[in-house]
Write a protein that binds this ligand. Structure first.
Ligand code: ADP
Length: 389
């Protein structure tokens, strides 16, 4: 007897992490009829609330009972953040799950120093960087690379938490301590006087096939170091765009990535391009692709990790612009604010459904698509200015 046809792909997808990236991946999977199990530290996360199944990891990711349970429910498991230790991912594999991106890849990417070393060895251009064992090392490193320098935590940094810019060695001790040294390992990068920040979403299939989204410009808040706006496509020449796309592909290949990767880059005045960092997951710089591209970064992530053919990453129209809705730390928007924002024609509002607003926290985003980036930016920003998350 054959199994009843449920109209579903019979491979439930597991996702570690129930934040907005897990939620948007789940939404793309659901459209394809693929069920999703979310693993998170708490029940009722933004993605967990929408999932067919939730597995709760008590007291951290290294929870053996939860590892066994999600591996039993989901033969393929992916992640929405790079902070799950690679050792936990290996336990999931031993429990029988296929984990993509692989534990080895995540081990390399989750340590920014290892990640940069892998890119350098593979021929992807990166800023000069040096290991730091002690705050006293910073004088010599700064003198060699030139001041200012950027001190970074090797692991667990996000949205600029985990970085300090130093103008002189006199700040070394305090800066190292503020980043958690000696418990946390640090390294130093040259300060890159970039002209612009660019990003590219790359998706690599299980068979190594790669697709490349348009090169976008990302604009960060100068104080918060958090991305405010993404403009697709970046206003750069076709030649530079091809070069950037090639560098981004090399960066993802250097770590053996599978699935969607966000690649952040610096464009320098002299025309050079350096990779800032990689994220082994769908990325904020690719949210515009939900409405802006033929196939979104989330759908292509699902397709890639499940071994399905990947879809067309090209823009549907001339441009798409995304504006992040960063938390202000107060009340959530009321009906009047939703009404005002949604009155702007043709915009797409995404509210991640987080239960609490915190200052600078990514609470949602707005995308507008149109023939020109200026016009789309104007509409997306107008809507964003009307809603306080
Ligand atoms: P996070 O992982 O916390 O997002 P990043 O290392 O990507 O941190 O840095 C956040 C922002 O800080 C970057 O987008 C860029 O604006 C700035 N930045 C990071 N590294 C450098 C550098 N070496 N030179 C100049 N600016 C930098």
């Amino acid at each position: 007897m054959t199994a009843p046809n449920t109209g579903k792909l019979d491979t439930p997808l597991g996702i570690l992490g129930g934040g907005q990236l897990g939620r948007m991946t789940l939404q793309a999977a659901s459209t394809l009829g693929i069920s999703v199990v979310i693993g998170d530290g708490k029940p009722g996360s933004p993605a967990g609330r929408m999932a067919q199944g939730e597995v709760i990891f008590n007291g951290g990711w290294d929870d053996d009972a939860a590892i066994a349970e999600i591996a039993r429910l989901a033969p393929v498991i992916t992640l929405e953040n790079e902070f799950v230790d690679a050792g936990v991912l290996e336990k999931l594999e031993r429990a029988g799950a296929t984990v993509l991106p692989s534990p080895d890849c995540v081990r390399t990417v989750q340590d920014k120093f290892k990640q940069k070393s892998a890119m350098l060895d593979f021929g992807a251009p990166v800023p000069e960087f040096r290991a730091v064992n002690d705050p006293e090392d910073l004088q010599a490193i700064g003198d060699e690379l030139g001041w200012p320098i950027v001190l970074k935590a090797k692991r667990d940094g996000y949205d600029g938490y985990g970085n300090r810019k130093l103008d002189s060695a006199s700040e070394a001790g305090a800066a190292c301590e503020s980043l958690g040294w000696p418990d946390r390992e640090l390294f130093v990068e040259q300060f890159v006087p970039f002209e612009r920040e660019l990003a590219v979403i790359i998706v690599r299939g299980r068979d190594g096939q790669i697709i490349t989204y348009p090169v976008v410009e990302t604009r960060q808040d100068p104080e918060l170091h958090i991305c405010r706006v993404v403009i697709a496509p970046a206003n750069i020449s076709a030649e530079l765009s091809d070069h950037v796309a090639g560098v981004a592909r090399t960066a993802v290949e250097s770590v053996g990535g599978t699935g969607t990767f966000g690649v952040e880059l610096f464009q320098l005045k002299d025309g050079r391009v350096l990779v800032n960092e990689l994220a082994p997951r769908p990325h904020n710089s690719g949210h515009y692709s939900i409405e802006g591209c033929v196939t979104s970064q989330f759908e292509n992530h699902v397709r890639a990790v499940l071994g399905l053919p990947m879809g067309d990453p090209s823009l549907r129209e001339g441009a798409a612009v995304m504006v992040n809705l960063l938390g202000h730390g107060g009340d959530m928007p009321d009906h009047a604010q939703y009404t005002a924002a949604l009155s702007v024609p043709g915009i797409h509002l995404h509210n991640y459904g987080k239960d609490e607003s915190r200052f600078g926290r990514k609470m949602g985003h707005i995308t507008a698509c149109g023939p020109s980036a200026d016009e789309a930016h104007d509409r997306a920003q107008r809507a964003a200015d009307r809603i306080r998350m």
